[in-house]
Design a protein around this ligand. Structure first.
Ligand code: PCA
Length: 190
């Protein structure tokens, strides 16, 4: 059975909850569409790259789906591209000095999007994964796979807030149930 490495992130900055880590944890061990899910919740630090690197070598997955929270986005965002930029505290640098400018997702985004919409789940393809750790892990993973000359299919998905994160904020959210259903549809569609 092919394995899916499903990663999410821990909480970060002022966000006490990170739906990406919750969804990843909830789906650990499940068998979806003939694929076995192995989850991993990552710290929002530079260690995340090394941890994913080790998980890939240990698990040898057929697919890697990385999840993260996109504060304020109102749909599931299928990220198309990771760029060689990281920025924190107004300092911007390359992720890998000698890396290419960008990598494209290796997931069939158009098909996944169609399936999500067929199931009435708001989603879109995004062309900008940001310049923080979500873009970092997407770039890091794709760079590592290229270096390994691997056939693993990998990509990144940004999630909206869940309702309990925006109780007193005028911001969009999506229920955890709908996000989970969306990620199951993604896993069936890869
Ligand atoms: N979202 C942040 C980092 C961790 C997360 O869940 C981002 O969009 O970069």
């Amino acid at each position: 059975m092919k394995k899916v490495l499903l990663t999410g992130f821990e909480s970060f900055r002022k966000e006490k909850i990170n739906p990406s880590g919750i969804v990843a944890k909830k789906m650990h061990g499940k068998n979806i569409g003939g694929k076995k899910i192995i989850s991993c919740v990552l710290p929002v630090t530079f260690d995340c790259g090394r941890i994913v690197h080790r998980e890939i070598d240990d698990i040898n997955p057929g697919y890697i789906i990385s999840l993260g929270l996109a504060c304020g986005r109102n749909q599931i965002n299928l990220e198309r591209v990771a760029t060689n930029i990281f920025s924190e505290n107004k300092k911007t640098k390359k992720i890998f000095e000698d890396g290419p400018d960008a990598y494209f997702s290796l997931l069939p985004l158009e098909n996944i999007l169609k399936e999500l919409h067929k199931n009435n789940i708001p989603a879109r393809i995004s062309n900008f994964a940001g310049i923080y750790f979500c873009n970092y892990i997407m770039y890091y993973t794709l760079h590592y796979l290229r270096y390994k000359s691997s056939t693993i299919k990998a990509g990144f998905i940004h999630l909206p807030y869940i309702p309990e994160q925006v109780l007193d904020r005028d911001l969009p959210s999506m229920s955890l149930e709908m996000i989970k259903k969306g990620i199951e549809i993604v896993i069936r569609g890869i």
